[in-house]
Design a binder for this molecule. Structure first.
Ligand code: S3P
Length: 453
């Protein structure tokens, strides 16, 4: 067995993503319970936004607890190629990222293709900024990202006046020909915070007021960060409006811990009897906490402790204790609210009394992998019966995990969800492609082994 390399916070500037591309197999043995106090890395969604927005703000910004995963490093590398420098230093044992903002109009043409790596957020959100630049940018990604749909950002950006072409219609690599943009009033055809953010970022450069309307509320980190940086933004339920031209002013941010990473420990704690885990400084933005509501609706005991607001985002400690669960159905707006947590919930669902049904989740098929298929394949390998649908799946309750060879299929959330399942299996499991976890949580296996008893 090779071991996953856990990297400590870096203290110097990182020109390329810290993604370990060697294929690794991680062995996870069964555990009786999960115990301890742990902090998860900075939120990936928020870190992307702070990296991009502070890059186009005026002056320096400091960002504490910036996400350690490769995805956010991809965003930083792209910003560096666009002429924005940054460095990591250490302050009282804490890693801090300083971004030297170039201002709205200070980016420069990159000398090479930008590489978004595995990160859909980098490509989709950054496209909004690139669409307004007085130069052409080519942006690509890894073998997963080049197969993810980009028409959802190309369409509104072209309506605003940009020109975007791609060799494979609607898929990366994208050639983005920046243009002076006009504002739009855009109704999102899919519930997507990435697309909403892309249009709002383009709106920063457009003449007049850009409005984005969403069918269901998605994460609102972009709106909050824009307000914190002094943008002219109005936030109403399911509608955000930004006026172009107002400068952003650099400032200091502290990134909350990532609830989507905490989800794997919440699930593992609910799989193993007698577990008692405290996760510290986790982001509790109400647009992200559908997971907690759903777990509670199934009977989970979750306590929130020391909740406060930092940079407009709610942050607090979470305590989870093992509790037997009823099972349930995820559908409609709830599906959009916990889309990233479905791999973890799938694993939990088949051990509940009544099982789990997931509906309205066709978006799962266009994530880092087709997550409906990668979840179903690994559950079957573990002896679990599962029925898939075009937009979801069903697992019946009271099933037990058999030891198996798991495949991450290169998807971080699949690797981590099934590592949690492996703790409850009847023997040791091997996770192939375990290194995929480093996209969002390089320290994941070390933390899991530390908590497992
Ligand atoms: C994200 C939005 C979601 C989510 C992704 C991160 C974001 O994607 O699945 O992991 O940071 O805005 P969509 O916008 O495609 O739903």
């Amino acid at each position: 067995m090779s071991t996953v390399i856990v990297r400590a916070c870096q203290t110097e500037s990182l020109p390329s993503p810290r993604y370990n591309t060697d294929s690794m197999t991680e062995r996870v043995s069964p555990a009786r319970s999960l115990h301890g106090v742990v902090s998860v890395p900075g939120d990936k969604s928020i870190s992307h936004r702070y990296a991009m927005l502070t890059s186009i703000a005026e002056g320096d910004s400091k960002i504490y607890n910036f996400a350690t995963g490769a995805d956010c490093q991809s965003t930083l590398s792209c910003m560096r190629q666009l002429g924005v420098s940054h460095e990591f230093t250490e302050e009282d044992g804490r890693s801090v990222l300083t971004v030297h903002g170039a201002g709205l109009h200070g980016l420069r043409a990159p000398s090479d293709t930008l590489d978004a790596g595995n990160s859909g957020s980098t490509m989709r959100m950054l496209s909004g900024i690139l669409a307004a630049q007085p130069f052409v940018t080519r942006i690509t990604g890894d073998s997963s990202l080049v197969n993810r749909p980009m028409r959802r950002v190309i369409a509104p950006l072209c309506q605003m006046g940009a020109q975007i072409d791609s060799t494979r219609e609607g898929f990366p690599p994208l050639n983005i020909h920046g243009r002076p943009l006009s504002s739009i009033d855009y109704e999102l055809p899919v519930a997507s915070a990435q697309v909403k953010s892309c249009v709002l970022l383009a709106g920063l450069y457009a003449e007049g007021e850009t409005t984005v309307r969403e069918p269901v509320a998605t994460r609102d980190h972009t709106e909050i960060a824009l307000r914190e940086l002094g943008a002219d933004i109005t936030i109403r339920p399911r509608v955000a409006q930004v006026r172009g031209g107002a400068p952003l002013k650099g400032k200091t941010f502290v990134v909350p811990g990532d609830l989507s990473s905490a989800a794997f420990f919440l699930v593992a704690g609910l799989l193993l009897a007698d577990s008692d885990v405290i996760l510290t400084n986790v982001g509790l933005n109400p647009t992200r906490t559908a997971l907690l509501d759903f777990l509670r609706s199934m009977g989970a005991q979750i306590k929130l402790l020391h909740v406060e607001q930092v940079n407009g985002e709610l942050v607090g400690n979470l305590q989870i204790k093992y509790s037997p669960l009823r099972g349930g159905t995820i559908e409609g707006a709830v599906t959009a609210g916990l889309i990233d947590e479905i791999p973890a919930l799938a694993v939990l669902g088949c051990t509940t009394r009544d099982g789990l049904t997931v509906k309205d989740a066709a978006e799962l098929r266009v994530k880092e992998t087709d997550r409906i298929e990668s979840i179903a394949e690994n559950l079957r390998r573990m002896g679990i019966s599962v029925q898939t649908e075009p937009d979801g799946f069903h697992v019946s309750g009271r099933q037990r995990f058999r030891a198996a060879q798991i495949d991450s299929f290169g998807d971080h959330r699949i690797a981590m969800a099934f590592a949690a399942a492996a703790l409850a299996a009847d023997g040791a499991c091997e996770i192939e492609g375990a290194e995929a976890a480093s996209v969002s949580f390089p320290e994941f296996y070390a933390t899991l082994h530390q908590l497992a008893r």
